[in-house]
Ligand binder design. Structure first.
Ligand code: NAD
Length: 494
């Protein structure tokens, strides 16, 4: 069986605690996984600190760092089959999703390398400078030792989004993967070693809340970057606040998908299904609230119900599977709990609402696509479920759609469906979210920022903003005047 060891200071090591990680599709053992002790975690932070302060790493030329990122991307492509197989076994991703994840993670490193090659770490601000007085520069410098924590839903992509900017910026890190899905980040660790990333720059461990808390409380940590639920994000913010650490948070969502009455119906129907069913709805940006203008709602609903019946819930290895199991029993119980609550509250179930059973399906937790008609009073209008459940609300007009879309403490993503670009644009501009698609869903561009408004997060990943999140800016003031007589401000003392 595969062993997932701790990756500390460029070496793979075991620890005194371990567990067997299992496949969400069938409960079979995937790997023996080592959990770090407090001593191991501190050793990992020490390695990151030594790499930052006692080596040339942080002043390495940016072109060399870009070459490392490109080499990682290439190696990931070379090992794509292995990464795909393991991502399927570890996370229950179906084969098409796992392939896309490996491709997206590898491309991210490549795109980031391109951005890094062009990034100006020192900029003279001409408008702030004046001949005979001062020259002013902005200098971007790495924040330092980071502690990064990721969730289980997109294990490889989440690891890539965290490690990429650490390498690009010259920071160092200890990354903690989710205990549910520790496997593919370990292959990434082998890749980092094989491309010659200096020891200690990236250290990778796994574990749950206890290990996460131990990592965050290490006083050598300068920056915390967390992706996960809003609930845990609030705790992380408190802990980072107590230490005044630099903080990035990528949290939950309850994103709105708005179908205007002039939308291309077949596109919007498939888009609405893709928005909430991708990876069994276990995506932070899932479009789980659907608003449809009343004028087209009967036609839209008929088409939606016909099409949703054609979605194939399948075993992850089945190439035709649209989506597979949810991650574990705990998540299954949470989702079924929301379905029961919705029924009790009087939300109208119009499709699904139950487990998929029989044969191989009994070995994992598979849930039918589930559609409810709801009002803003229903719990599932407000709360993130992280499962294949859609809350549909017909609306009178676009003004009501915007109002209800923004009636959420989340603000991660959303979409507008319309054949009128100006109208769609106007609606998109009014949504309080970090990403809005027009006639599209879920697609992300690694050159563009991703993150949340409101309780969906603080800061951005990817794009130039994602790199700057790992940099501090220094103002360098260079006097352009050496004559004492021309510095009358000194005279205040005399
Ligand atoms: P979670 O918040 O339960 O756990 C996330 C990570 O935090 C895990 O590694 C976990 O071990 C760790 N953790 C838990 N408690 C901790 C604590 N007290 N201190 C330190 N670390 C702790 O989330 P999850 O269930 O793994 O993932 C699902 C959530 O992640 C959803 O809410 C989803 O929307 C969100 N998510 C957000 C994004 C984004 O980019 N905004 C991306 C993916 C997932």
């Amino acid at each position: 069986m595969k062993e997932i060891k701790l990756f500390i200071n460029g070496e793979f090591k075991t620890s005194s605690q371990d567990f067997i990680s299992t496949n969400p599709a069938n409960g079979e053992a995937v790997a023996k996984v080592y959990i770090p002790t407090e001593k191991d975690i501190n050793e990992a932070v020490d390695a990151a600190e030594a790499a930052f302060y006692s080596t040339e790493w942080r002043s390495m030329d940016q072109i060399k760092r870009a070459e490392i990122l490109e080499a990682i991307s290439e190696k990931m492509k070379e090992r794509r089959n292995e990464l795909t197989e393991l991502e399927i076994a570890d996370s229950g991703s179906c084969v098409r999703k796992a392939k896309a994840d490996v491709h997206n993670a590898a491309s991210y490193f490549k795109v980031l390398a391109g951005q890094l090659r062009k990034f100006q770490f020192e900029i003279k601000d001409e408008s702030a400078s004046r001949a005979g007085f001062s020259n002013n520069y902005k200098i971007y410098e790495p924040v330092g030792v980071c502690a990064q924590i990721i969730p289980w839903n997109f294990p490889l992509v989440m690891a890539a989004w965290k490690i990429g900017p650490v390498i690009a910026s010259g920071c160092t890190t200890v990354l903690k993967t989710a205990q549910e899905t520790p496997v593919t980040a370990n292959i990434l660790a082998e890749i980092l070693r094989d491309v010659g990333l200096p020891k200690g720059v990236v250290n990778i461990i796994t574990g749950g809340a206890t290990e996460g808390e131990l990592l965050l409380k290490n006083p050598k940590v300068r920056k915390v970057a967390f992706t996960g639920s809003t609930q845990v994000g609030k705790k992380i913010m408190q802990s980072a606040g107590a230490r005044l650490q630099n903080l990035s948070l990528e949290l939950g969502g309850k994103s709105a998908n708005i179908v205007l009455d002039d939308a291309d119906l077949s596109l919007a129907v498939d888009g609405a299904l893709y928005a909430f069913l991708y990876h069994s709805g276990q995506a932070c940006d899932s479009g789980t609230r659907l608003f449809v203008e009343e004028k087209i709602y009967p036609t839209f609903k008929e088409a939606l119900l016909k099409r949703v019946a054609e979605v194939k819930v399948g075993l992850p290895q089945d190439p035709a599977a649209g989506y597979g199991p949810v991650i574990n029993k705990k998540q299954f119980d949470t989702i079924m709990g929301y379905i029961e609550t919705s029924k009790k509250e009087g939300a109208k179930l119009i499709f699904g609402g139950e487990r998929v059973t029989g044969g191989e399906f009994d070995k994992g937790y598979y849930i039918k696509p589930t559609l409810f008609e709801v009002t803003p009073d229903h719990t599932i209008f407000r709360e993130e479920i992280f499962g294949p459940v859609l809350a549909i609300t017909p609306v009178k007009n676009e003004a009501e759609a915007i109002k209800l879309a923004n009636q959420s403490h989340y603000g991660l993503a959303g979409a507008v469906w319309s054949k009128n670009p100006e109208r769609a644009h106007k609606v998109a501009r009014q949504l309080e979210t970090g990403t809005v698609w027009i006639n599209e869903y879920h697609l992300l561009n690694p050159g563009m920022p991703f993150g949340g408004h409101k309780q969906s997060g603080i800061g951005r990943e990817m794009g130039e903003e994602g790199l700057k999140a790992y940099l501090e800016v220094k103002h360098l003031w260079v006097s352009d005047c050496d004559e004492r007589a021309k510095k009358p401000w000194f005279d205040v003392l005399f």
